[in-house]
Design a protein around this ligand. Structure first.
Ligand code: RIB
Length: 276
């Protein structure tokens, strides 16, 4: 194709390098690109359009062959100016752009159904930042399962912004106002770990008094006490698949854009337990 073999370099944009989800994803992208003889550049954007713009300009000057983007801020306008193959990973960007994502809505439904199945009767949701499409999808999944329950209150939904500290604070506020809550579906694992800290500070015992399930399946969730039940994304697989797709796009002049969706999987650990 037009772009073939310029620099043998590939870049990955991540919105938050401090969240272990993204280095785990980057690991996979690097493995696949290296395996095919490409070098790999990691750009941390903080989900800020100015940083994305700056990196895009720099990468174009370096003639990178392709870019994998995790973003909720980048605009179609900005992307249309970039004449480099691009794949959206984890968060869908434009309708026509190839993407690799997971079934966020269905995964969230499954998380809430699981909390119900172990006997939780007042289930809250600590969600991510509202500009992120995955936040909206996971919220829909949560609402699908709770909106018709007579106990449901809209104040059972609070934002933890996908950060550890913010989630601890949000959780403590929530449980102070609503001590009846006995289950929380948390929008990602990093916040899930923050929620466990909040419970400890409030003297709430997990899982005896409160069950906590999160989303992502990062390694950190295995290391906490109690360890974190989660809806695990196939993190390595989606990263690897995005890299393969990008290489197809670079090397195949007949490449057709496509959307691939992977399935999340429940991993039961110690932060949830059936109520007696
Ligand atoms: O933990 C980071 C979150 O942001 C993940 O859930 C991922 O899906 C992303 O959008």
């Amino acid at each position: 194709s037009l772009f073939k073999g310029k620099s043998k370099m590939i870049a990955l944009f991540v919105p938050d390098i401090m969240n272990p989800f993204f280095p785990e994803l980057a690991r996979a992208v690097e493995d696949v690109t290296n395996h095919h003889g490409y070098t790999f550049i990691l750009c941390n954007t903080d989900d800020e359009i100015e940083k994305e713009q700056t990196y895009l300009n720099a990468l174009q000057q370096k003639s990178v062959d392709g870019i994998i983007i995790v973003s909720s801020t980048i605009t179609k306008e900005l992307i249309s100016k970039i004449k480099i193959p691009i794949i959206a990973l984890d968060r869908i960007i434009g309708a026509n752009m190839s993407s690799v994502t997971v079934n966020n809505r269905e995964g969230a439904r499954e998380a809430v159904r699981y909390l119900k199945s172990i006997g939780c009767q007042r289930i809250a949701h600590i969600c991510g930042p509202d500009h992120v499409i995955n936040t909206a999808e996971r919220m829909k999944g949560y609402l699908d399962e709770v909106k018709d329950e007579d106990w449901f209150l809209s104040s059972y939904i609070v934002s933890g912004e996908y950060y550890f500290q913010t989630a601890t604070q949000a959780m403590k506020k929530l449980l102070t106002v609503h001590p009846e809550i006995d289950g929380i579906f948390v929008g990602n694992d990093l916040m899930g770990v923050g929620v466990l800290k909040g419970a400890k500070e409030l003297g709430i015992r997990v899982p005896d008094e409160l069950s906590v399930i999160a989303f992502d399946g990062i390694m950190l969730g295995e290391t906490t006490t109690p360890s974190l039940t989660t809806m695990a994304q196939p993190i390595y697989e989606i990263g690897a698949r995005a890299a393969e797709m990008l290489l197809e796009q670079i090397n195949d002049s007949k490449y057709q854009s496509k959307r691939e969706e992977f399935t999340v999987q429940l991993i039961e650990r110690q932060s949830t337990r059936k109520r007696g």
